[in-house]
Write a new protein. Structure first.
Length: 763
């Protein structure tokens, strides 16, 4: 939302009330309330007939400072509200002198200046003394739209020279958000659009701090796109709440954000394997599905999860949660047969109930649907004929919906693809709990995924719960996994999917997937094979499409070999990958990490969006050209290509050409990569037969590596320490079936003493 006409003037349709100067303040032990006038007060008469802004500053946890700016405090402020955690303890201090009031949480502060006619609020890192951002002249404001009477609260925070903005959900536009207008409004827009399924009002900057706007509804961001030296955010409301988060680095700020909004659950280890789907509009029955599964087995391509998309249910009856009897006359028997093959089962669902569904009358009779203002059921024909929308603010509706899913779980279904959740009406409707319909537009999907995730967790156990979700809202990272939505089968779409995943990672989402080969259209064999490598080097890997099957033998003879190679590679990486998953679960750090997040000191990494870190040790640069050419940046240090053993010194850009069986898969120096003994499934005994591979060990290096079992419990801990030419590698825990290899030192003299291995290396 733009309010200005150039730098000096406000658009004629708006009447502004900017914070102009400090008027007064009061505070308790941990709460500061500041009053800002909206014009310079020269005498008592100036206090009449003019707005006064109330700014309340609090802190829910160390190094997180909440700013709440209010025009009319008594305005009706209905929910829903984001779930925000609070830390116990004494970590706030407030100090005042003649010039300033300083509110401090941990090592982070907000300084309010008292000077007349010079409103200023600075956000400071007390360790470095750096002002990270500030709000001052004509920034914080209440805006009134003259014709409609609509009210907006607006804030504009300073952008430093060379400061970049990232995040704001899964966005397919350029990775660096500077210059963009971003609307936090969930839509089914595909990946080639500025719209997105996953809108999160949280951004992070390359200076290491983040801003979270605490409003589930329609938040508008102008990222240097109105005032080019400011990030502006506005909400159509009388109150604007936002948090300043200062972890000191991008990684620590994402940790802080997930401390506050929730850590991702830990997906079961089986979910990291290869998923295959029926695709969307293809024709299929048990014979067809079995043929696809057997085709993978015949080609020695490990397959771990099979997903049934929409038409496992009869057309016009989505959702009724009943197998279409014409195509699946024996669903219980079929699922048992697939389970006997070692497969897990996922089925497609959404939150809409078509009028032809057997569930419609149940929902209608019991009041389980979102209603019109007059009390009738809201319906539309846009997706399913006469569809209604389950009202997840109604506890009874949640239990009813969950009971249908519970029956499927009892039948053998392991998880659900929670599709849609974006087409949510906002006008002329009402919710069971009276929620604000604008806020519910985005927040609805949080309740939807929460409802489904919790029944899976209840039925199968906390360590086996996941969904496969398309849409989300802030906090939805607690219910993994999420996938990128409807992309096309092109290199451009493959790249935009990656940009979306990188942005979502910075919004606290630890686990992410995408449709390998693209959803719309059918990829060329070239694109399909390149996407296989990218897809299997993502946290979750699914072959899915719209109107054609995504099995490799339909593309060309080589595609099966390519897919097999990367599936088996991923399975062998599972000791490493699952450890990274535990880090995502415990610390909030995503598996897929933007380069600047892992290497904030490398200026070249700040704008990179065509490569990523896959956990803490592996760098992946997918190939987006039919020529096989790729240019990628290596941060300083020695890097080893895992696939061909080539050692490259970093601190520079590299250009290479790769065939379909290769890509830049680089291991950073001093890494201990735990590689499993199994390459045909993701859930196995990781410590048994594990190989510890050591890469480019620098002098005075010290590194640790933890290997868990498939349930996430620590089973082994390995440590590496180098002094001069001696490397001491020691293992605690596990059995004796492990080996160690110094990859870059084939001529090393090796001495093994029980659980200690000593390498004498040179270079």
């Amino acid at each position: 939302m733009k309010f200005t006409n150039g730098f000096w003037r406000v658009r004629e349709s708006f009447e502004p009330a900017f914070a102009v100067e400090f008027e007064d303040a009061d505070y308790t032990k941990d709460k500061l309330t500041v009053y800002a006038t909206t014009k310079h007060i020269e005498n008592r008469g100036n206090t009449l007939n003019t707005p006064l802004l109330t700014i309340t500053i609090t802190s829910p946890m160390e190094n997180v400072i909440k700013v709440s700016a209010v025009h009319f405090k008594g305005a009706y402020n209905k929910g829903p509200f984001f779930e925000v955690a609070k830390q116990e303890g004494d970590f706030v201090s407030i100090t005042e002198n003649s010039d300033t009031i300083k509110y401090t949480s941990g090592h982070s502060s907000v300084i309010i200046y008292k000077a007349q006619n010079a409103w200023k609020m600075e956000f400071v890192d007390d360790i470095t003394g750096e002002v990270l951002t500030e709000s001052s002249y004509r920034n914080l404001a209440y805006m009134k739209e003259k014709e409609t009477g609509s009210n907006y609260m607006v804030e504009q925070l300073a952008l430093d020279v060379g400061e970049y903005i990232y995040g704001l959900g899964e966005r397919y536009t350029p990775f660096v958000k500077n210059g963009q207008t971003v609307e936090i409004w969930n839509e089914d827009g595909g990946t080639a659009s500025e719209q997105t399924y996953k809108n999160i009002p949280f951004y992070i900057t390359n200076k290491g701090y983040g801003i979270f706007v605490d409003h589930p509804g329609d938040v508008h961001f102008e990222v240097g796109s109105e005032k080019v030296e400011r990030v502006q955010f506005s909400v159509k409301t009388e109150q604007l709440d936002y948090y300043f988060l200062n972890g000191g680095s991008p990684k620590d700020t994402v940790k802080l954000y997930t401390d506050m909004t929730g850590k991702p659950a830990l997906p079961p280890s089986w979910s990291f394997g290869l998923w295959l789907t029926t695709s969307f509009t293809t024709s299929y029955d048990e014979e067809t599905v079995t043929g696809l599964i057997q085709g993978m087995a015949d080609r020695d391509i490990p397959l771990h999860t099979f997903h049934f998309d929409c038409f496992w249910m009869k057309g016009y009856e989505w959702c009724n949660f009943k197998w279409d009897p014409d195509t699946f006359p024996d669903p219980e028997g079929m699922l048992k047969r697939y389970k006997a093959r070692g497969l897990h089962i996922c089925v497609w669902i959404n939150s809409y109930i078509g009028q032809k569904s057997c569930m419609f009358d149940e929902g209608l009779e019991n009041g389980y649907f979102v209603k019109n203002i007059d009390g009738s059921v809201w319906q539309c024909d846009r997706w399913q004929a006469g569809m209604a929308l389950v009202d997840f603010t109604n506890p009874a509706a949640c239990e009813w919906y969950q009971s249908k899913l519970a029956a499927l779980i009892d039948m053998g279904v392991d998880c659900f693809k929670t599709d849609f959740g974006e087409r949510i009406p906002v006008t002329g409707v009402q919710y069971y709990d009276g929620s604000d319909t604008i806020k519910m537009h985005n927040y609805y999907t949080y309740l939807y995924n929460k409802t489904v995730f919790e029944i899976v967790e209840k039925k199968l156990g906390k360590d086996k719960a996941l969904v496969f979700a398309r849409s989300t809202a802030a906090g939805g990272q607690k219910f993994p996994v999420h996938w990128g939505g409807d992309c096309t089968a092109t290199y451009s779409s493959m790249a935009e999917d990656l940009r979306g995943g990188l942005s979502l990672a910075l919004s606290g989402y630890g686990f992410w997937s995408h449709d390998i080969g693209g959803f719309e259209l059918t990829a060329s064999a070239d694109v399909y094979k390149r996407w296989c490598a990218f897809g299997l080097l993502s946290s979750h890997s699914r072959l899915h499409g719209s109107s054609s099957y995504r099995v490799p033998w339909l593309f060309d003879d080589e595609a099966s070999d390519v897919l097999r190679k990367f599936v088996k590679l991923k399975c062998s990486f599972m000791p490493y990958i699952y450890r990274q998953a535990i880090i995502a679960h415990e610390e909030g750090l995503p598996i897929l990490r933007p380069m600047f997040m892992e290497f904030p000191e490398e200026l070249a990494c700040e704008t990179i969006d065509k490569q990523y870190m896959f956990g803490e040790s592996l760098l992946v640069a997918p190939i987006f050209k039919s020529s096989g050419e790729v240019s990628y940046f290596l941060p300083k240090g020695s890097w080893t290509n895992y696939l061909n053993g080539q050692i490259i010194e970093g601190g520079r850009w590299i250009t290479e050409t790769h065939d379909y069986f290769s890509l830049p898969l680089m291991v950073k120096e001093n890494a201990i990569l735990a590689v499993g003994a199994c390459d045909n499934k993701p859930d196995y005994d990781y410590p048994d037969g594990v190989t510890f591979k050591l890469f480019a060990i620098t002098k005075d290096a010290y590194t640790e590596c933890i290997v868990t079992d498939a349930d996430g419990k620590t089973a082994m801990k390995a440590t590496l320490e180098r002094k001069e030419n001696l490397v001491v590698f020691e293992v605690q825990g596990g059995n004796e079936k492990w080996t160690v290899q110094a990859v870059n030192y084939p001529d090393a003299v090796v001495t093994r003493e029980g659980r200690k291995v000593i390498f004498e290396i040179h270079g």
